[in-house]
Structures are given as structure tokens and as C-alpha cells.
Ligand binder design. Structure first.
Ligand code: ZN
Length: 327
């Protein structure tokens, strides 16, 4: 059977348990199998159970390929997980949990859970190889936008829940900050996103300092907050209020274009994207934008390789999360 190229082919491809297990083993242990608890590499493979056993005496002597990944504690098969990873890595319009449940024959609740865990993996995949965190450099554009709203259309109970969770009516619109590294000879442009609670100087500049290598060129609009970054960056501004949009290579068109793209994509769905889920939807969009050059198979492998060490419980998924994390 050939390597899959579409979601349907991927579902068929990984329906074979041996094939799915071999792939999962490679994604989980790219440098060879080892015990997730103690690190021993001379582990015994129990073929009948598709598990390994560690020779050390400690809890969880026997471990599966799912242990220590977003799949840990999940009764769902690897075929379902791979289908979810494929779907989320590649469907630009965002496949719903209802559609996914229909395609795979699992319940909508299970589908929702598996898809949200995969979106968490996407957050790490968007940050660079193996979750390694490399700063952006070169020509950088930074900007903010408000996302959400249409609260009128939102069910009343849901609206009140959002207000209760966030303690503010403002949360119906969420402020998102983005930085984009412009394309260069070496790399395509790529974006990082972040939810901010306030437009305070501190909140906005901290993110830039975390993400961008000192010495880079920083392009923003004339929002005062960014001027305090001039100790570390060459800061240039365009004055949108005065209808100035481009001055030589000084502009914020790349990030503005990204905002348009993001809002178009979320347009049909964001009424149902509650603020505390927005984080992961943003991660999803950033991942696809940053990986736009590759094939569906490339994006699948990239995302599947970041499943290590990521756990997310039902409670963490459904409860309120602190905003202010990097998407
Ligand atoms: Zn061990």
C-alpha cells in the first residue's frame, strides 16, 4: 500500500494495526525505544500485546507506545489518532468534531476530545523542531487584532458563561498579538501568535522580547507601546492613522494579510469558538500557515512527530485556562 495522500487514504492506511503501530513507534521513539519512566533502552518487546517491558523495578514497568504522549489513557486506537492528526494538520477550514465522528464511527464527545489534544500538539509543532524554541530574526512585523464577538448570535447561557470565566464582557472580543518573520532567501515567512489580556506596554513588549532576537528590524504601527523596545531592536513605524501604509520596506502588510486570512478562516466558525478555546484554534492556524509549503503527508509527519510528552486531561480541556500563553 502506498503512502497516503488524502484523509481517506490515511484512514485506510492506518487501519492496519501493525502498520499504525510501526509508525507510532517511529514518531514516539525517533532515537530508539526506551522506558519513559527510567530511560533504559534494553527493554523487552511483548509482541502479542504491542507493549514493552522495562527490566528496572518501578511502577509502569510495562509501557505502550501511547505512554507519555497526548494519546496516554485514551482507549481510542492509533488509527483514530492518526486520522485526527491528518485531518487537523491539513483541513484549512477546520473539520468539526461532528464530521470527524461520522467519518470514523466514534462518538462526538470522543471526537472532540481527541481533536483538542491534537490541537495542543500543534502548538508545539508550530514552535519548531521537537518543541525547541528558536527566536525569530531578520525583518519582523508585529501587530494586534481583536477576534471573536458576534455575541448577539451566541446563546445566552454561553455568553454568561464566557463572562463568568473571564470576569469581563470584553472577553467576547479577544485581543491577539502576532509577530511575523518576513520571507528571506533562507525561509518562508512564519508567524507566532499570543493572546493578551490588556494592551499594557508590559504585556505587549514581553512577547516581542521572548520571540525576537535582539538586533532584528521591528516594524509596527505607531502604537506607543512598542517604542520602549528601541533599546534592543531597530524599530520603524508606519502611521496608519495618517493613511500611511508603506514607506520603502517599512510596512506591516505581512501580518495584516495574515489577520485577514485568519478572520476569513474563523469567520464561519468563530461564533462557536469560545474564548478559552481560541488559543488552540490560533495554534492550528499558525501551524498551517507556517507549514504551507509542504504536502499533506509532510504536515501529518510534522504534527505526528510532536505528540511526545503532551498530556491533556478532560478537565484541563473543559475548564478555564489562563490566557497569555503563546499559541
Ligand atoms: Zn524503566
Amino acid at each position: 500500500m502506498k503512502e497516503p495522500k488524502t484523509l481517506l487514504q490515511a484512514i485506510q492506511f492506518y487501519a492496519d494495526p501493525d502498520r499504525a503501530f510501526a509508525a507510532a513507534t517511529e514518531f514516539r521513539f525517533p532515537n530508539g525505544v526506551h522506558c519513559p519512566t527510567c530511560g533504559r533502552t534494553d527493554v523487552r518487546f511483548i509482541a502479542t500485546r504491542r507493549m514493552w517491558e522495562c527490566k528496572e523495578k518501578h511502577p509502569r514497568k510495562q509501557f505502550s507506545v501511547k505512554l507519555g504522549t497526548i494519546m496516554e489513557d485514551s482507549p481510542l486506537g492509533l488509527d483514530i489518532w492518526f486520522a485526527a492528526i491528518w485531518a487537523i494538520a491539513n483541513d484549512k477550514n477546520g473539520i468539526s468534531s461532528y464530521e470527524f465522528a461520522r467519518m470514523t464511527g466514534i462518538t462526538q464527545k470522543s471526537a472532540w476530545h481527541v481533536m483538542h489534544r491534537v490541537r495542543l500538539a500543534m502548538k508545539v509543532a508550530g514552535m519548531g523542531d521537537g518543541g525547541e524554541f528558536e527566536k525569530m530574526r531578520g525583518v519582523i512585523e508585529a501587530d494586534e487584532t481583536r477576534i471573536g464577538g458576534k455575541a448577539k448570535n451566541m446563546h445566552k447561557a454561553k455568553r454568561e458563561r464566557n463572562v463568568k470565566r473571564s470576569g469581563s464582557h470584553m472577553a467576547e472580543k479577544t485581543l491577539v498579538q502576532g509577530v511575523i518573520q518576513r520571507s528571506s532567501e533562507k525561509a518562508l515567512s512564519h508567524v507566532r501568535l499570543h493572546i493578551v489580556n490588556t494592551t499594557s506596554v508590559r504585556a505587549l513588549t514581553t512577547f516581542i522580547r521572548e520571540q525576537v532576537e535582539p538586533g532584528s528590524d521591528l516594524m509596527t504601527d505607531t502604537l506607543g507601546a512598542y517604542t520602549s523596545l528601541r533599546d534592543a531592536y531597530t524599530h520603524e513605524t508606519v502611521n496608519h492613522a495618517a493613511e500611511e501604509y508603506v514607506r520603502g520596506n517599512v510596512h506591516t502588510n505581512s501580518i495584516e494579510n495574515f489577520w485577514s486570512l485568519l478572520k476569513r478562516t474563523l469567520g464561519g466558525t468563530y461564533v462557536s469558538v469560545e474564548p478559552f478555546h481560541l488559543q488552540r484554534y490560533l495554534a492550528e492556524q499558525a501551524f498551517r500557515f507556517n507549514e504551507r509549503k509542504g504536502t499533506d503527508g509532510d504536515r501529518f509527519r510534522k504534527l505526528a512527530s510532536s505528540i511526545n510528552g503532551l498530556r491533556l486531561t478532560w478537565k484541563e480541556l473543559t475548564g478555564y485556562e489562563d490566557a497569555g500563553q503563546t499559541a
